[in-house]
Design a protein around this ligand. Sequence first.
Ligand SMILES: *Cc1c(COP(=O)(O)O)cnc(C)c1O
Length: 407
Amino acid sequence: MKPLNPEQVLWETRREFGEHGGVTPSIARSSTFTVIDPATMPEIFQGLRGPDKGGCFLYSRHFNPTVDVLSRYISAIEGTEFAVCTASGMSAISCTLLQLCRSGDHIVSSDTIYGGTHALLQKLLPEMGITTTFADPANTASFEKAILPSTRVIYAETIGNPTLNVTDIPALSKLAQKKGLTLVIDNTFMPMVVTPAKLGADIVVSSMTKFINGASDVIAGVICASRDFIYKLMDLHTGRVMLLGPTMDPRVAYDIIQRLPHLAIRMREHCERAMAIAERLHKIGAPVTYPGLPSHPQNDLIKSMVNPRYGYGAILTIDCGTKEKAEKLMSILQNKERFGHIAVSLGFYDTLMSCSGSSTSSEIPPEDQSKIGLSPGLVRMAIGYTGSLEARLEQIERAVRMVGLVS
Ligand SMILES: *Cc1c(COP(=O)(O)O)cnc(C)c1O
């Protein structure tokens, strides 16, 4: 397969101008849209006309011109036919699963996923008659074993959160095809770096709150899929996005559009620094996990999945053993070394760090946490790109030595 260059695809196939020829798109702040010929309106309701079918808009919970510009940019990056932006990553995930599954249906999901998605699958969806069996993402056979006659969906994240296992997307795609299932991949951790649709994913969901926006100032999500599936989500009578209503505000869409031109540059810098920090920690014998390190059990797999010249992601973990040691490390890194901030989330320009077991993965019960290898002392770091790399390397080395993580 020819390697993909998402930056090139984005700017060579998509360039949107403002309505008066502005070099940036206009913000279309209208909740409703007029038609010249009254006969056009029923055609929009029937799905015969839409943003890509005659440039027709109806109402901004359906499609909005500015939000649609962002959708087209993201679908170019992710290599899918179409996309729809949503108010959050969680709404992108929940609407996708509710569109694909009815009461009585079953999902096979990776067991190392975002805490909110885990809670959705384990607690909320069963109340609606949709059940999930969790499988080990490092073991494709465990997905196959979990498939039932009622299974509709295979769900996983490109890089498992927070244990950083790598999902074998081509293998899961083969399995999904063989069994007639839909493969949904959450690519929040790896925009530009991995293109799951090119590796066989049917639907790619992301939280744009993280790297894609990159400034930690908005909550946003996106569903990338076939034109047919997006129109199903937006169907005026049955569409899950249309009827549950997690609409993106056009002003938020505009802000994210302004940050896309430097997404590739940011990802490259995030990844390069994460690699340098992981290498330094590994060299001094600190308990670091990072998919780009040759010591990572799935280093070959991630190498076979990434687009060239971006790196291997910006997330690494340090296993401090206990929650107390983890808290001490984070406290030193934030309050003494000024290395980063103790905060959940990722994809910010500064480094963000949190103790996953007692924060973003606390929805996962302790017994399940140990089953998936989530240590109570695991510190997840989303490496930023502010400050000089040399200074950052010195800061983290001093901190791990002070906590006694290396002898
Ligand atoms: C943050 C996150 C989500 C949820 O996104 P929101 O924008 O906060 O709703 C889903 N999946 C992953 C992997 C995430 O990191």
